[in-house]
Design a protein. Sequence first.
Length: 645
Amino acid sequence: MAVGLANGRPAADEEARAEVDVLNSRLEKTTQLTKKIQACLGRLEATGKSVRDVAGPLNGETRRLQILGNNIDSVIAAIERLRQPADSKNDEEQIIRMGPDKAGLSNYLGSIKRLNKALDDMKASNLRSTQQTVAELQRLVKLGNSQLENAFDKLLRSETPRMIEPLHFITKNKAFPVLSQDKFNKLGLMNSFVNQQTAGANPPQESPVAKIYAEIRSQYLSSSLVNMAAASSNTAKKKNPDAIYRAGTNGIGTYAQAMEGLFLSEYENICNIFTREDWGSVFQATCQPALVELGRTLRELNGHIKQHMNTDCYLAYEIVEIISALSNNLEAKTGELKSSLAASLKPVRETAKSSLAELLEDTKRRVNSLQTLPQDGAPIPIISETMQRLQTMVDFLRPISSIMVSLGDGNWKSVSASRSGAVGDAIPSLASFDVGADGKEIFAHYCIDTIEALMMSLDGRARLILQKKPVMGVFLANSVVIIERMILQSDLGPLLQGRLGVLEAWRKKATSLYMEACKDVSVHLFDMIKTGQGGRSGGGRPTSGQGAVDSASIMKGLGSKDKAEIKEKFQLFNAGFEDMVQKHKSYSMEKEVRGQFAKDMQNMIEPLYCRFWDRYHEIDKGKKGGQGRVKWDKGGIAAVFQGLY
């Protein structure tokens, strides 16, 4: 066993050594190979360095050549593009010369677009060789735009009548005509294209298409409204110059109605053709000639109103209301024309405002210029004329209220204040008013001021001309009654209700003046005789209210001198009373005045006379045939008074 192991170990060692030798041999080969590889790498690196040194400049040159090649390709492509419009110029020129009607609007607009694009490209290239082509393209584009504008003009004129008759549409309640939808589309397309061509070059109002539109349609509007303007001026002239103007009898209302209908239909046309930012400017330009004519008409009417202020001031109020309503309606629906209409209305509005003071001054002036007054106290026409004027003003209360508010309470007391009540041309808006002001209330103040001024002027002339107090009283009382009657029997009643204290004061003054004559007569009925304690009758003077009066007893207690005084008092009373009754019957009194004065006379004189008669009627005892001093008994004097009513 041991021999076997020993013999086996050398063999294994021998085998191991053989393997080690093999490995050593391979390691040596590997080392040699590594050295060869290292040598090759060294040579390769040296070769690569040499290649890099040679290839670097070649690579940069190649890149430059590539860029140059690309640039050349781009230039060639650009030249091709530049040549293309020049090559197709003849085709586009043929389309342009045909015009939009023959070539078709879409085809025509497309041609102009292509020409514009080609022109922009050539201008961007800035090549000298293309300058002639650029000039030719510019000529074609200009020709195309000009023909497009002419086409717009031709189409719009073909659809625009010379004029229409607005009354036909107003009386039949028809809508005013507008352009058809087909024309809207064509005109709008043309306008849009022209605006694109001129964008940035001109402001919107200078757009050639806008100018064409405003020129054509403004003539149509002006021609359609010219008869309305003439009718407004003609209807201001009346057969009777002294006739008071009545609401609605002037043509200005129909004129404004026609203007509103035409303007709104025109605004609809503009909105369908032009862009939103152009609506206002085109609308203003189109309506301006018609507004100029309106201003001229209103100035003519204003001159007529000033010449006939007393009768036609109401026309000024009506114009203010109508044109203000027109302005508000147009502004609400278009947002335009307010300032233009305000400028046209300004003269009439100023006249309407100043009329309030001028009419008040005219009333005073007319009264103060009177040289005579009726000697019987009869009323004069200026009283009813003044009240009729106030009554007529109520028919125009809406415009007058706005004028009153803008003028201010009391500013009608002087003409200068009424003329300076507003600043600028603007039609007053709510913001310019005193928000707490009530136009009706202010108008009521104006009416009271007018009545007060009238009565004061009448009183002054009566004191100067009539002088006699009873006649003055009759004259003032008649005036008060007429004024009060015309207030209560008209629409002035509700406005002035509760404000007639001013009339009550004048009524009291008139009564006081008239009753002066009664005082002069009644003084003869005052008993100033004092009877003695132990007169002939032995009895004292009876006191009123102590029962039945014994006239015979009183007369027995009077001396001859006292009786003579009583007789004289009866005589003086009789003469004065008869004269007063005669004059009362001779005065020209309104029914209410005659009745009131008769009542006042009776209330003052009859109680005094009855008392006097109760005491002293026995003074005529034994007289016959009316020879006595006592002309009337108590029933007789009452009957006389009843005959005065």
